[in-house]
Each structure stands twice: as C-alpha cells, then as structure tokens.
Design a protein around this ligand. Sequence first.
Ligand code: AMP
Length: 498
Amino acid sequence: MTDQNFADDNPPKLLTTNPFDDDKFHDECGVFGAFNTPEASTHTVLGLHALQHRGQEAAGIVSHHDGQFYSHKSLGQVADNFNTQPVIASLPGSSAIGHVRYSTSGGAGLRNVQPLFADLAGGGFAICHNGNLTNALTLKKHLVEKGAIFQSTSDSEVVIHLIATSTYPTLLDKFIDAMRRVEGAFAFVALSEDCLIGARDPLGVRPLVLGRLPNDAYIFASETCALDIIGAEYIRDVEPGEVVSVTNKGLTSVKPFPVSSPRPCIFEHVYFSRPDSLTNGTSIYKVRKNIGKELAKECTVKADLVVPVPDSGVPAAIGYAQEAGIPFELGIIRNHYVGRTFIEPSDTIRHLGVKLKHNANRGELDGKIVVLVDDSIVRGTTSVKIVDMVRQAGAKEVHMYIASPPTTDPCYYGVDTPNKDKLLAANKTIDEMAEHIGADSLKFISIDGLYRAVGEGGRNNDVPQYCDACFSSEYPTPLTDNNASDDDKQFSLLTDSR
Ligand code: AMP
C-alpha cells in the first residue's frame, strides 16, 4: 500500500467532551467506485468532485493495480488536491474507490479520511462509508477488549475489524457477515484485488446508485450527478439491503438481510442531494418544486414577491411561486466562493459565514411584501440573518416559509445536525420561532404535505415510507450507542479522540 501523505496527519487531540453530547453528529459523506476502466482514478476524482456538496473537509482515493493498492488522501476539497497529473499518476489501475467527507469540528485529521484500507487474510481491502453506525461504539468496546487496535476514530473502522475477525471463507462473505452485525445507516463502496462492492443498509437510509460505462465498466456513486460528470449511464439505485459485487466475470447481487420495509432518508430530497440527481429515477429538482407547490397549497399570504434563500431554497421557491401565482425574484444573491454555512466548524465562523454568503438585492425588495422560502431551519442562524437583511433592504413585510417540517430531532444516520438543545424547533413553538427570527409569519410544510411532494399519498403512520426521524422523532433502527451505560460512554470518551 503506497500512501502519499501519511506524514501530513494532524496530531490527534484528546476528546474533551462526551461524544454523546457532541454538538454535531459525525459524517456527511459521498462515496464513489469504478471498476474495469483504464481511467479509474480520473473517473473517481471527477465523481468525487460532483459529490463535493456531501462533504468538503477531506477526500481520499484508493486504487488497485496488479496486486498493489495505492492511496492519496487530503484535507480540503477535491479540485484543490486531486486535480493534477502527478496525483492521478500515483493512483494507477483499472479500479478505484473514493470518498468525500465532512467531519465534526477537530475531527478532520488525515487518519480519519477514507477510504480505510487493511491487509486482511483474503488480501487487501479498502472501504468507504456514507452514513452512521448506531452501534459502532458498542462494537468497538467489544473489539478493543478482544485486542483490536484502532487506527482512527471513524465508526467505519469497526467494519474493517469485523471483516478481519469474521470466520467466513471469502472476503465478500466476511464483508456481509460484518454488515449483519452493524446497525444504523450505511452505503458502502469497497474494493478488493478482484472485486468492487456496493452495499446499502436494509432500510436503504443513505443513497447509492449503480452506473455503467462502455466496455462493461461499472460505477457506484452516492448520487447520479457523479455518473453524469463522467458520462456513465444510470442503471438503477442499489436496493435497500442489497449487496452488489462486480468482478471480471460481471455483476452479482445478493440480499443477505431479513426483509424490511425501506426507509430512505427524506432529508436527501429536502436538502442534501444535488437537485440534478435522480433517486429511483425521480428528479430531486422536481420533488423540491413539488414541495414548494404543496407548501403553497397549505400556506398562503398576500405578497408581492417570492424570494428563495439561495441555493437550497430555490427549487421550492419556484414551485411555491408557480402554485401561488406570485412573481418569483432573486431578492438575495449568493456569493458562490463561500462554502456551505452550516459546514463551517465553529459558531463564530458560522455566524460570519451567513454574512459572507448572502447579500440583499435591494432594488427588488424595497417596499415589498416578501415570502422568503428556504429548505429548513436548524439552529435558526441563517433565518435570523436573512430576515434582518431583507428588512434592512426595505421590505415592508417578511414571511418565512419552510420547505420541510420543523426539525425537532437530531439525525443519527449520517446527516450533520446539532443536538436537540440547539435545534430551534425542539425548543420553541412556531410563534416563538417566528419572533426569534424576526419574521411577520413563519410556516412549515406539514409532514403529509412533504410525503405528497415525494410522490406518496401521505405518510403511512403505521409503516412510514421514509426515515423522517429529524421531523418525527421516530428512529427506524435501535440507537444502541445512545442507550449504552455510562461506563461504555466513558470508554469511548477515553479511546475516541478527534
Ligand atoms: P440554520 O442556520 O442552523 O437554521 O441552518 C439552516 C440552513 O442550513 C438551511 O438554509 C439549510 O439550507 C442548511 N442545512 C440544513 N441542514 C443542513 C445540514 N445537515 N448540513 C448542512 N447544511 C444544512
């Protein structure tokens, strides 16, 4: 295994707070894999570039050529660290996997950057993970007690150890054995000497799609926008609970888990996925416009303008404006050279970030009654700044309409949300929230409205069709680590550093 910049790793810091009180929850990520293409690492760089919105703090690629694995990992964005001929040349071979990652504050050391790699009994094995395992700390405790030595603080490393200690004969079987023992959300892309694997958890919480290039080259990616960038054909979504493996003999699929009703993450539709991606063949952009339309059916106000909070509020605002028959204008302009506000690590930077990112388009707003549309309110930081900015630009009334229900609960499945005490909707009524953000009125789409927008008749409360825990408090898997004893939490406190 050749690792280009292992020595650049940040020295690990000892965890100073209990990870269960962590302000943010672990990773938001994008994964990509290419098999049987002479340009595997170039395709992976491009694919990761298309998935950059899923994680901007670090990226990594592992390629395979002639029995050897090669790696390049870097803190920062793909375009800044992978876009050179020497880097591509250092990743030879016809198969490669890659990962973009956003980690919690301070957790961005190179040792946590994926793909993770290990030399196992069956050969070299590299793995990328999008999602979050909800029993990782519990499994880690058992593994460490049995003598496992962890190299990173990533929950995904647990999977490597489970594979290493599995008694099944082949690497694929060991991998499936490991997946049967983890709980929570995962979309994995893994690479061995002769096989590329794509796998989704039994509920299909996190997305993963399968694509193809000419000459039987296969691609896995978190979203279809990563297929588009390399001109790959979108075949289909990897199904919940499906493990697809690709070798020189072709593609095989197994479903090794007990059958359960799928619960893909509804927040991917609301915010996380790129609007030009498809999920199960459906356009995310169209779904977001539908959300705006449903919102307009549920909540109306006499207004002069509909103004999106760019970029995340744009498709819903278009849908709202079309349905309500109110003119749509870009009353706020975004500076594209600043990253996602929410993704900045500290509160201070986050506050500063909103000012850096948005500016009022005064000429459109002065003297107007404005409906502002955004996708979600988390802490409320963005809304406070934006409402004030629009008022300062002369708006007569500012009504804030949100294209998701109130975010009342943290995500434990790989979307970064703060703890409940920082979630505005968990701590205030809607009227109090309106007052807090300074809006004349504040409306959220109903949960049934959101389900209608994604193409369901409404939410099936007996067997919900999606994971909507951030809006409903109903977590579809056990949260084993959260219920761990204080002793176990103390264990993770001592062993987990960031
Ligand atoms: P806040 O300022 O904390 O209320 O954050 C709300 C804004 O952050 C919204 O405009 C969203 O576009 C964006 N957002 C919501 N959830 C996330 C997330 N998990 N990661 C990054 N950004 C998010």
